[in-house]
Design a protein around this ligand. Structure first.
Ligand code: NAD
Length: 356
């Protein structure tokens, strides 16, 4: 099968981790007789440096024309003072919006080999952690109207958080369907005691819940969720929430697994087109050092094969390869523990590819 993949390396550790994911994809192509064709497009700070914008129109077109998009990460201190309209993150939000990527799936799974790397006590994680965060990605406060003005000589900033019923309903359906394929348990996270958007969110979710009587549905406030994720993470199976809450909670949840470098994500539209990326940022503190963990990006391409290309065996093959490498005791610096074998970013990629 031939597939066109637009690759957005981005900034910081982006090029290092994406290179390893492409290495793994190439090995899959070789083994299964597929043809993955890569088109590289600059995004984020590197694009600002070259073209003065975080993504060019031509680059955006290449994302839209692709069968799938692979992203590293964008941003870094060098571009922190750029005007809001051309900040690196602007490109990311634009790609999500233009491609209609409204559903962000963030599986949070503790690899049994890494249970010692989780900061939680053995008694809390002994049942294993395997949950799915479904985050709404193209609505809410990140996309609402923003304003900075001066009132009575003082600067006043406003960010508006809009949500419409159809936006809530379509992410709700993704979450209920996801729950049906897993353990039929869904927690919807909101702040309905304070926010109007959350009250609409809750009302819409309740209506959907009637359509999915087999799913054990519950509402939970976001502040309580933040606490419960640490206190008793195994109570959750699928969590659905709006854009900003999902952003924050999934970073928190990532630490349950030992390192943010382990966590993949898929951003999906109504169709098959998706963007796949690790959940972490560009990690400027370790960029260029060949020590970043590429597993989150590698697991993201496994999601690409599963969700966009319907290549289940190939996706399983990648996930099994990661397991075998961890079983053999290889670790990047972020998940390193005494007595195990510390490897660089590219060595980790080589090891995973060689297990396929
Ligand atoms: P970050 O996720 O980049 O880093 C947080 C910490 O985790 C750092 O200590 C970093 O070294 C570590 N880390 C992250 N990924 C790792 C990996 N693969 N292996 C080992 N360690 C890893 O978050 P930050 O420092 O808050 O943000 C840095 C930049 O990234 C900022 O400019 C931010 O805007 C941007 N950012 C981009 C995205 C994205 O592109 N999707 C997401 C979040 C943040």
């Amino acid at each position: 099968m031939k597939k066109n993949i637009t690759v957005l390396n981005g900034d910081g550790i982006g090029p290092e981790i994406v290179r390893e994911a492409v290495k793994v994809l190439d090995r899959v192509a070789e083994k299964y007789g597929h043809g993955f064709v890569y088109t590289y497009v600059d995004i984020g700070g590197c694009s600002i440096d070259k073209y003065g914008v975080p993504i060019t129109d031509e680059g955006m077109k290449k994302c839209k024309e692709a069968d799938s998009v692979l992203l590293g990460a964008v941003g870094g201190p060098k571009w922190d003072s750029c005007p809001a309209e051309i900040r690196p993150e602007k490109a990311l939000l634009a790609v999500r919006k233009e491609l209609g990527l409204f559903a962000n799936l963030r599986p949070t799974k503790l690899f049994s080999q890494l249970s010692n790397a989780s900061p939680l006590k053995e008694s809390v994680i002994s049942k294993g952690i395997d949950l799915m965060i479904v985050r709404e990605l193209t609505g809410g406060v990140y996309f609402g109207k923003k304003e900075l003005k001066t009132v009575n000589g003082e600067e006043v900033a406003t960010d508006i958080m809009p949500y419409s019923v159809h936006e809530i309903e379509r992410i709700g359906r993704v979450a209920f369907e996801s729950a049906m394929k897993r353990n039929k348990k869904l927690a919807s996270v909101d702040k309905a005691n304070v926010l109007e958007t959350s009250r609409l969110w809750r009302k819409t979710m309740h209506r959907l819940a009637f359509e999915y009587p087999d799913v054990e549905y519950s509402d939970i406030l976001v502040d309580n969720t933040a606490m419960q994720l640490i206190k008793n993470p195994t109570q959750f199976d699928v969590i659905v929430t709006e854009n900003m809450f999902g952003d924050i909670l999934s970073d928190e949840a990532s630490m349950l697994t030992g390192s943010i470098g382990m966590m993949p994500s898929a951003s999906l539209s109504d169709g098959k087109l998706g963007m796949y990326e690790p959940i972490h940022g560009s990690a400027p503190d370790i960029a260029g050092m060949n020590i970043a963990n590429p597993i989150g990006t590698v697991m993201s391409v496994a999601m690409m094969l599963r969700y966009s290309f319907d290549m289940k065996d190939e996706a399983d093959d990648i996930e099994n390869a990661v397991n075998k490498v961890l079983d053999s005791g290889y670790r990047t610096a972020d998940i390193m523990q005494e007595g195990l074998i510390k490897v660089s970013t590219d060595k980790m990629g080589d090891l995973i590819a060689s297990e396929i």
